[in-house]
Write a protein that binds this ligand. Structure first.
Ligand code: SF4
Ligand code: SF4
Ligand code: SF4
Length: 340
């Protein structure tokens, strides 16, 4: 068969399948589990002490990085195979006033967002990335990972990092301190970064409680006195026994009116952010409402649902091959008849 006939036949079959299958539906974004846990990071409470980074390295057995010279202790430039949690700085003009967009500065904490509808989980061909059915925590399981790095490309937050420095490299990312051998959440402990945070800028709780707390804060009037919990918000909520730490009280800043990580941020994330500076200025991406997982799975299921398209494409090829072969055979037969 000529190449043009081959492509026509395969394309014809595919077209038939695409127009006749019609069974695939656009899937909506997923919902978090009823007792999902999460973290609220309040940028206005963060003092940039980096205690959370140090504790994260201790818990995960990771070495310091010297991205800015040997005379600095731990000074990573970004998330990496050795740094699963980083405090970054926004700075404008003379950077003199905290939590101000112009001529000010602000902190932002970056680690895995533990997405509600996680792209990394959706693309992993061997279920090495998993979302826990109870907590909603997204963990990576290196015992089954094949190192394809699909998760790296599917993450809209640029979180999973591959250990290129090792011959048998693995994916590294924040596991919410609940991976095999650590299991702080299962043991009723706080995530390490929350436990050491002196101001409550990193706060643990159930996803629904944290969302309500974030919405409460962004609705406060600037200067209004309010209580800021530390450790776990509403200890015991959702059946989690993590401790609350003594709260503190202070006047509210001028918050941005939205919560980053709401459902309209690509399906939402179990790590929520609130801040006084616009989120995009802090380096958080502006994402569409539908999660990447929902969009890509809809496309895949439309194309491959019930294997209709591959079967129809094959049928088209068989038909074209048969037509071309039969025509040739008939020609051969008549030639043979003339010779005898
Ligand atoms: S932030 Fe990235 S690595 Fe973390 S759950 Fe979401 S998609 Fe996965
Ligand atoms: S939850 Fe644990 S692994 Fe994640 S950033 Fe905090 S300390 Fe690090
Ligand atoms: S420990 Fe808390 S205050 Fe200190 S840098 Fe981390 S989030 Fe900010």
């Amino acid at each position: 068969m000529k190449r043009r006939d081959f492509l026509k036949a395969a394309g014809g079959g595919a077209l038939v399948a695409a127009t006749t299958s019609g069974t695939a539906q656009a899937r909506p974004n997923k919902e978090p589990p009823a007792n999902a846990v999460g973290m609220l990071y309040d940028s206005t409470l963060c003092v940039g002490c980096q205690a959370c980074m140090t504790e994260c390295k201790k818990i995960n057995g990771m070495p310091p990085e010297q991205a800015f010279g040997d005379d600095m202790w731990d000074s990573p430039a970004d998330l990496s195979e050795k740094t699963l949690n980083i405090i970054k700085l926004y700075r404008d003009g003379d950077g003199s006033v905290k939590d101000r967009e112009t001529d000010g500065f602000a902190f932002v904490k970056r680690h895995c967002q533990h997405c509600v509808d996680a792209g990394c989980v959706s693309v992993c061909p061997v279920t090495a990335m998993r979302k826990d059915a109870k907590t909603g925590i997204v963990t990576h399981h290196e015992d089954v990972c094949i190192g394809c790095r699909y998760c790296v490309y599917a993450c809209p937050y640029n979180v999973p990092k591959y250990e290129f420095s090792k011959a048998d490299g693995q994916i590294r990312k924040c596991q919410f301190c609940n991976q095999a051998g650590v299991e702080r959440i299962d043991q009723g402990l706080l995530p390490g970064c929350v436990e050491v945070c002196p101001t409550g800028a990193s706060l643990f709780g159930t996803y629904s409680d944290l969302k309500a707390e974030a919405e409460r804060r962004v609705a406060l009037q600037p200067g209004e006195n309010t209580v800021y919990p530390r450790g776990m918000l509403n200890p015991g909520s959702g059946g989690y026994a993590q401790p609350g730490l003594p709260p503190h009280e202070k006047p509210a800043p001028q918050y941005q009116p939205e919560v980053f990580g709401d459902a309209d941020d690509s399906g939402g994330t179990q790590v929520l952010h609130i801040a006084a500076v616009p989120f995009q200025k802090l380096g958080l991406p502006d994402l569409p409402e539908r999660s990447f997982a929902a969009r890509s799975e809809t496309v895949q299921h439309t194309i491959y649902g019930g294997a209709v398209l591959p079967i129809a494409a094959l049928a088209g090829l068989v038909y074209a091959a048969r037509r071309s072969t039969v025509g040739k055979q008939e020609g051969d037969d008549s030639t043979g008849g003339q010779q005898s």
